[in-house]
Write a protein that binds this ligand. Structure first.
Ligand SMILES: Cc1cc2nc3c(=O)[nH]c(=O)nc-3n(C[C@H](O)[C@H](O)[C@H](O)COP(=O)(O)OP(=O)(O)OC[C@H]3O[C@@H](n4cnc5c(N)ncnc54)[C@H](O)[C@@H]3O)c2cc1C
Length: 240
């Protein structure tokens, strides 16, 4: 086995769902069993360009589900190529998942803050946690400029209605844009609104972990304001 074969397997795109012209979900069948922990990412490659992508599926699912945003040319390198790939196309996948941005089971309260595709690791966590016999309380916040960018809104709203331990708050940062005219939910940037909605004074800090994932400016802002108040972990999707 060559060194490359030891590190890589192939991935076949089995399903694709476009949410907008620059946001899509893709389901990949790995060439071999792909074990990971909820919250981790996989490394996807095409034509020798590789990038990390947080996994939205749970480890129990056969296909690896990703939620990807197109960074158009000339800035973006891999996403303009991935965006052209349809069902049946082959990509490469590093065999090892990576990342320490995982569900922190030692805490009772979990506040998860994300922008758009940054919700992916939280979806994986929610799909994986066995809520029976636990007293976890989970608050998921997702910010987006446009309401069609909330890729997991149906799933997370539905799960929050049937499980009192989970709350989901999507917030639209551009409510005045005509594209968002039907929005009746929370408005404002996610890094600003979560503290006003969630009574931060009323929780035990040592029982609480704050996760922030996605846009680097949002993550940095949350980090600056809250990392000395709560246990905190972060995943920035790119360098600003
Ligand atoms: C741990 C980790 C997990 C990630 N998970 C996801 C995920 O689940 N979904 C996802 O879509 N991306 C995710 N990313 C980002 C992803 O790895 C790529 O960087 C992104 O898809 C752009 O790839 P590219 O090759 O097209 O552009 P690149 O060549 O990587 O980027 C070129 C430049 O574009 C800017 N940039 C990169 N991404 C964005 C963006 N989204 N919006 C605006 N500017 C950007 C940066 O300034 C960068 O220098 C993750 C990144 C990390 C580090």
């Amino acid at each position: 086995m060559t060194d490359k074969n030891k590190r890589f397997t192939k991935g076949i795109i089995r399903k694709r769902e476009d949410l907008t012209s620059d946001l899509w979900k893709v389901w990949i069948e790995p060439g071999e069993k792909f074990n990971f922990d909820p919250g981790q990412y996989c490394t996807v490659g095409y034509k020798d360009i590789e990038r990390p992508y947080s996994i939205a599926s749970s480890p129990d699912e056969d296909l690896i589900e990703l939620f990807i945003e197109l960074v158009p040319k000339p800035l973006g390198n891999l996403t303009p190529l991935l965006h052209k790939l349809n069902v049946g196309a082959e990509i490469t996948l590093r065999k090892r998942p990576k990342g320490i941005f995982k569900f922190q089971s030692q805490f009772k309260n979990h506040i998860m803050i994300s922008t758009v595709t940054g919700v992916a690791p939280f979806v994986s966590m929610i799909r994986s946690i066995d809520f029976k016999n636990t007293d976890y309380k989970i608050w998921i916040f997702e910010g987006a400029s446009f309401i069609d960018e909330f890729g997991y809104s149906n799933e997370l709203t539905s799960v929050s209605k049937t499980n009192e331990k989970i709350s989901f708050t999507p917030t639209c940062s551009r409510p005045d844009d005509p594209k968002n005219s039907s929005w009746k939910g929370v408005t404002g940037r996610v890094n600003k609104i979560f503290s006003s909605i969630y009574d931060l004074e009323n929780i035990e800090k040592e029982d609480t972990i704050l996760y922030a994932c996605g846009h680097p400016d949002m993550v940095s802002d949350v980090e600056k304001k809250y990392s000395n108040k709560f246990n905190f972990i972060e995943e920035k999707f790119w360098k600003p």
